[in-house]
Design a protein around this ligand. Structure first.
Ligand SMILES: Nc1ncnc2c1ncn2[C@@H]1O[C@H](COP(=O)(O)OP(=O)(O)O)[C@@H](O)[C@H]1O
Ligand SMILES: [Mg+2]
Length: 346
């Protein structure tokens, strides 16, 4: 069952700590993300140590090897280590300099890597208290990423459900959630998804000048109704009963967040089945489809590649992990192409 405590506080008008301080229209323009600008992929999820940076870095390298111009952005504020996965030193400046307005030119943060077509915005010097970043700074980051001359920007987002990380995840065209077969990771990712959708609903409600959606949500969460609201799907269902058009629009908006999941560190054959199970649970609880993209096995070559700072996708291309990652990337690219075609048709 879902706990909606902070969401209730939002509905009652209580100020949120460390989140989007000012109600802003973060979401609507995002779901209409320009097909012409840089495509943003965010790699994230509810748990640390599961392989987010491993997958973000190798996805970046693999894309760059296909001739795409790629910018990797270390957005794990406070625990940044993407540079180490690439075997390079962190830059003189870090993403936090831009988020704290110390550096205004985003391009000046970009450093070269030894890999052709692949550049990095490091977080190496970041020691940023996560709640410090305002929503407006994250919108500024999105705008900067859209403008730079890259085919893809891949954000390595820190773990957990802080509003900053949720907002960074929500500025992406494709959100890639990394899981492992461990029950603790699955639990944390479930919580992450729940908070992600509530965050999105909040942002949409905040962006409506007449406050109509917020009023309807307040009714849904009133004592009379609240026992009927146990999942995110229940919110949209109840909303459709109260105001069909608002409910329908919210459902569509939630579905417009394109989500994928990779299960990493699988050890047994049946571990890979967890991806499908998570997909079904998400459809039931959130009313949203998450594409299960594939699994990557637990392998010694991964540890060795990190220890020796030699990326898997360059130095261990024959390993099963690198091949699985390549397969995952192929499916993500197919999704990306299909999404761009749909956008062009509109
Ligand atoms: N497929 C894998 N096989 C073996 N070890 C892995 C695999 N994926 C991740 N690891 C281990 O997990 C550690 C954490 O990975 P990392 O990408 O830093 O996680 P996160 O970014 O989610 O915190 C790595 O240092 C590595 O030792
Ligand atoms: Mg990491």
């Amino acid at each position: 069952m879902l706990k909606f405590d902070w969401f209730r506080r939002f509905l009652s008008g209580e100020k949120e700590r460390g989140g989007l301080a000012e109600p802003q229209n973060l979401m609507r323009p995002v779901s209409m993300a320009s097909p012409f600008g840089t495509r943003i992929w965010a790699v994230g999820g509810g748990k640390g140590g599961v392989g987010k940076s491993l997958i973000a870095s190798n996805a970046g390298i693999a894309l760059s090897k296909q001739g795409k111009k790629v910018l990797l952005v270390d957005a794990d504020l406070g625990a940044a280590n993407l540079h180490t996965f690439l075997g390079v030193e962190g830059g003189r400046t870090a993403l936090s300099s831009f988020l704290k307005d110390e550096v205004s030119d985003f391009r000046s943060l970009i450093q070269k890597t030894p890999f052709p077509n692949l550049d990095l915005v490091s977080g190496a010097k970041d020691a940023l208290d996560v709640p410090d970043v305002k929503g407006s700074q994250i919108r500024k980051l999105r705008d900067a990423l859209k403008k730079i001359e890259y085919d893809y920007a891949i954000l390595d987002v820190g773990p957990g459900t802080s509003s900053n990380f949720l907002d960074m995840f929500l500025i992406s065209n494709e959100g890639i959630i990394i899981s492992t077969p461990e029950p603790t990771t699955i639990e944390n990712n479930y919580r992450f998804l729940k908070c992600l959708f509530l965050r999105k609903i909040k942002t949409i409600a905040d962006s409506q000048p007449d406050g109509a959606l917020k009023d309807l949500l307040q009714r849904i969460f009133s004592d009379k109704w609240s026992q009927r609201v146990k999942t995110v799907s229940d919110i949209t269902d109840q909303l459709m009963r109260l105001d069909f058009e608002q409910g329908r629009m919210l459902k569509e908006d939630l579905k417009s967040t394109s989500l994928s999941m990779i299960v990493n560190q699988t050890k047994r054959g049946e571990d890979a089945k967890i991806g499908k199970a998570i997909q079904t649970a998400c459809s039931d609880y959130f009313g949203v489809d998450i594409d299960y993209i594939g699994s990557v096995g637990y392998e010694d070559s991964v540890g060795e590649s990190i220890r020796t700072r030699r990326p898997l996708s360059v130095y261990f291309t024959n390993s099963a992990a690198a091949k699985s990652l390549d397969g995952c990337l192929g499916r993500l690219l197919e999704k990306s192409r299909a999404a761009q075609q749909v956008t062009f048709q509109i």
